[in-house]
Design a protein around this ligand. Structure first.
Ligand code: 5AD
Ligand code: SF4
Length: 459
């Protein structure tokens, strides 16, 4: 059963309410690593904790309950999460009543759980990626039990993963929101841990997604991102193109975007939907991973260089103002200078607005981790630096085309340097001259451009 039954959700809510006496005056903090899906999961965990009676805080130092939501996509993310967990050793020694939990993609993996169990004895509980609806029960156990607890399902990929509706969400922002449309992944790219950590692909019902988007728009949200590992395989009652078109039909000025799509099935229907609908943001994140067809085959990506270039050209020709961004992995096993040169030439040919470049990180249990021909770190680092320089030039010249044009911007208030800033429909960062409340649309005349920022004056 993919859907969690309503009576189970009701049971969790009753448990949450029953904890309120015990949690009165207590604070909880959720620390998040990783992708937007994790950020959304954390908002759901925080919603459940609030229902249990906790006050949510960003300050882990004053929290009575700390949950670390981890990411396993690359080793770097795992090391950061473990070192975060390590920080609580001293506090826990001073105050045994503090509860510490670990969840997310690392907690889902048996070898990491074993490591946490052995080396982090002050972690009180762990729970997996299909347990968010059970947070009240997990907290009840943690508060009442002296033993360390673990809420994990270990099922084969095609059975692992659930959908739960009806639990509260505590959103970080009052004008930007994540809305998951599907969970999990069936693609098994050979480098990727996601199918193991998040289970099989499953889609939320169209009516549930639309109800959530409608209520967000009605409460003043202006930028809504539909989330999924591969939104093009959405199967909750219509195609993804139909779903996003429906999401863009509510009254008022707002934007709806999506993250992420797989090039193998980036459909003409979706491109047409973006092109013809003002409210669908002009941004297409289309991870290519490599420009070499040989490497793409080893990655099990199910498209080659030519097919990717054809899709990117179709997008650009139908939506001239689109921003195409991508993910690239450097140093996949056996990547030669020639393969890397193919990546460089593809990057130049497409003209990406931004690339997120990652050095390949072997993941336990994936096919690529066992491949011969792992690449030296120093070689990958060199390729990484070269690609960054090339992309900086491309991004700079794409951004310069905006000078003299007026761009519609959704204000984010201020950036870290206290300069008024916001985002364009392409998700470009735009700074401007006068402060505007976050969540308000303004028109900005662009006067100058950097590689990753436009600057202008409000008109
Ligand atoms: N090593 C490096 N990068 C990876 N990604 C996924 N798995 C790995 C890995 N093992 C990157 C891909 C993906 C992005 C979210 O993370 O580029 O699109
Ligand atoms: Fe990982 Fe590939 Fe699925 Fe993306 S499509 S989550 S890279 S397995």
């Amino acid at each position: 059963m993919v859907y969690i039954e309503e009576f189970e959700i009701e049971r969790q809510k009753e448990i949450a309410f029953s904890l309120r006496e015990q949690t009165k005056g207590k604070k909880a903090c959720v620390i998040t690593f990783g992708c937007q899906q994790n950020e959304n999961d954390s908002e759901r965990i925080a919603g459940a904790l609030e229902m249990c009676g906790y006050e949510i805080t960003d300050d882990e130092k004053t929290a009575d309950l700390i949950i670390i939501n981890t990411c396993a996509i690359r080793e770097h993310a795992e090391i950061r999460a473990l070192s975060e967990a390590g920080q609580f050793k001293g506090r826990k020694e001073k105050d045994r009543s503090i509860k510490i939990g670990v969840c997310g993609c690392m907690a889902q993996q048996a070898h990491r759980r074993a490591q946490i169990y052995k080396s982090y004895p002050y972690v009180d509980f762990v729970f997996g990626t299909d347990m968010h609806h059970r947070v009240p029960e997990i907290i009840k156990e943690a508060l009442s039990s002296k033993k360390r607890t673990s809420f994990i399902t270990e099922k084969p990929h095609n059975e692992f993963g659930v959908i739960s509706e009806g639990m509260p969400v505590r959103r970080e922002s009052g004008y930007k929101a994540w809305v998951p449309v599907m969970y999990g992944c069936n693609n098994f790219c050979t480098y990727c841990v996601v199918p193991y950590a998040r289970g099989h692909e499953r889609s939320r019902r169209k009516e549930d997604v639309l109800a959530e988007v409608r209520s967000l728009v009605e409460s003043g949200y202006k930028d809504i991102t539909l989330l999924g590992q591969n939104v093009n395989s959405y199967a909750g009652g219509c195609t993804f193109a139909e779903l996003i078109t429906e999401c863009a039909k509510f009254d008022g000025e707002y934007r709806v975007r999506f993250m992420t799509s797989h090039p193998k099935d980036a459909s003409d229907e979706l491109i047409d939907a973006i092109a013809s609908n003002e409210k669908i943001a002009k941004q297409f994140h289309l991870p290519v991973q490599s420009g070499s067809s040989r490497i793409l085959k080893l990655m099990n990506r199910k498209y080659d260089r030519e097919k990717y270039l054809e899709r990117a050209k179709a997008i650009k020709s139908k939506i001239p103002e689109i921003s195409i961004t991508t993910d690239i992995i450097i140093g996949f096993p056996t990547e030669t200078e020639e393969d890397f040169a193919d990546t460089v030439s593809l990057v130049k040919e497409v003209g990406f607005d931004m690339i997120y470049t990652f050095i390949y990180s072997p993941r336990v249990g994936t096919v690529a981790a066992e491949m011969e021909g792992q690449i030296e770190k120093s070689v990958s680092n060199k390729r990484f630096a070269l690609l960054s320089d090339i992309e900086n030039e491309i991004a700079q010249s794409l951004n310069e085309q905006f000078i003299g044009k007026t761009v519609r911007v959704l204000s984010d208030g201020f950036n870290k340097n206290r300069i008024p800033c916001g985002r364009s429909t392409q998700n470009r960062i735009v700074t401007f001259d006068k402060p505007v409340p976050a969540g308000t649309f303004v028109d900005v005349l662009i006067e100058s451009a950097g590689a990753y920022m436009l600057c202008g004056k409000i008109v």
